[in-house]
Design a protein around this ligand. Structure first.
Ligand code: ADP
Ligand code: MG
Length: 375
């Protein structure tokens, strides 16, 4: 059973539906419509609006709640296999497209990006149901049994009696996060809502311990590791052509360019300076990983002065963080926890939190640094 008693008050989601276009340096802007027919075909074979999700799946317990919908465990009536079902209302005021838009586009953004991200660290899509009668749609995906990363970090602090994760434990998690993000970027899109709550462990710690206890004792058998899955692709945006890596051999092209954002989405604490100004690139996700990494290791969010925010409401804290990121986005390692962390790991995080997206590490570069120098 996943504990549900964690206090999430230090995170909250904001959503601003539209922002004014801003001046930017000239870049190529692409639309997924230009190059996505194949993905739409792939997805349309898995989507239906002829029946309800509950015709095929029996909904069971709630496994998560986000700003836009509830996620249930569900059992497939035909095979008895368990999945996750996320149901959302198609409602413009929540920034979700109207159902007619969805049907016109054939697919929802979220389901489309879920099919595009093919990696073991990204959630995999099973089916999509559109329910025109009550203006909702349901996304059926693989079910994760473990904690989400927010819960995991709070649980880790509790078990280790203190705030902050050990450097190596944090790096093992950051590595999985970067693998997920790198795979999105290689597929040509940025996720744009990277945060602790949007990663979930595939298995519970008990399941992993049991698998390891059952391993035979031969020296070749490797311990089973829990796989972290990136979820919630509802804010993602294309920045480059589908299948670019395969066709050109140079998947990095387009990674550095900034593109205009259609709408500002995300969670204030994790939003990079360029996104506040209405632009994004693949490096916007890397900034958010920097925020996740910083927070996991020292237990305090960067760009928030905790003494100032002690008595503020959640929305006041968000405005305070936004102001700091817009005006002085230079990260400082002054918390006591940083005293015990290697210079290399601090450099890794500094590289991910470079204010100018062009100067920021890519996910692939950060991953290389972890694999070759830090783990
Ligand atoms: N496939 C899944 N298996 C288990 N838990 C999930 C799954 N997908 C999402 N969750 C949980 O549900 C929460 C909300 O889901 P998410 O897709 O992030 O919705 P929202 O768009 O509303 O934020 C997540 O933070 C996570 O804890
Ligand atoms: Mg979410």
């Amino acid at each position: 059973m996943r504990p549900r008693d964690f206090n999430r008050s230090w995170t909250s989601k904001f959503h601003v539906p539209t922002i004014q276009p801003v001046k930017r340096r000239p870049v190529r802007v692409t639309s997924y419509r230009d190059h996505e027919p194949n993905r739409a075909d792939t997805l349309s074979s898995r989507y239906t609006h002829h029946k309800s999700v509950e015709d095929d799946f029996e909904l069971e317990e709630i496994v998560g709640e986000g700003a836009f919908g509830t996620v249930h465990a569900a059992r497939c009536r035909a095979t008895s296999k368990r999945y996750a079902v996320k149901t959302r209302t198609a409602d413009k005021k929540n920034g979700v497209p109207k159902l007619s838009d969805i049907v016109n586009e054939e697919i929802t953004n979220e389901a489309m990006f879920l099919t595009a991200a093919k990696h073991e660290n990204c959630l995999s899509l099973h089916a999509l149901y559109i329910h025109p009668d009550d203006n909702t749609y349901s996304i059926v995906t693989e079910l994760c049994h473990g904690l989400d990363l927010f819960e995991y970090v709070v649980d880790y602090y509790r078990k280790n009696v203190g705030i902050g994760m050990k450097e190596r434990d944090a790096l093992l998690v950051i590595k999985q996060i970067l693998q997920a993000i790198d795979s999105c970027h290689r597929a040509g899109f940025a996720h744009l809502d990277i945060k602790l709550e949007n990663f979930v462990f595939q298995k519970t710690e008990e399941e992993i311990s049991k698998l390891n206890a059952d391993l035979d004792s031969s020296p070749d058998s490797k311990p089973v590791e829990n796989i972290l899955k990136l979820v919630d692709f509802g804010s993602a945006s294309w920045f480059e052509r589908a299948g670019y890596a395969e066709s050109s051999g140079d998947y990095r092209e387009g990674f550095d360019d900034e593109y205009d954002l259609q709408k500002l989405t995300g969670t204030a604490y994790y939003v990079p300076p360029e996104v506040w100004q209405g632009r994004f690139s693949s490096r916007s996700d890397v900034w958010s990983v920097g925020v996740v990494a910083y927070t996991m290791i020292c237990g305090v969010r960067p760009f928030e002065n905790a003494t100032h925010t002690k008595n503020m409401s959640a929305s006041e804290v968000e405005r305070h963080v936004e102001f700091n990121i817009r005006t002085n986005p230079t990260v400082k390692f002054t918390e006591p926890a940083w005293g015990g962390v290697s210079k290399e790991t601090q450099e890794l995080i500094k590289g991910m939190l470079q204010p100018a997206s062009m100067a920021r590490s890519s996910a692939a570069e950060a991953l290389e640094l972890i694999n070759e120098r830090l783990l």
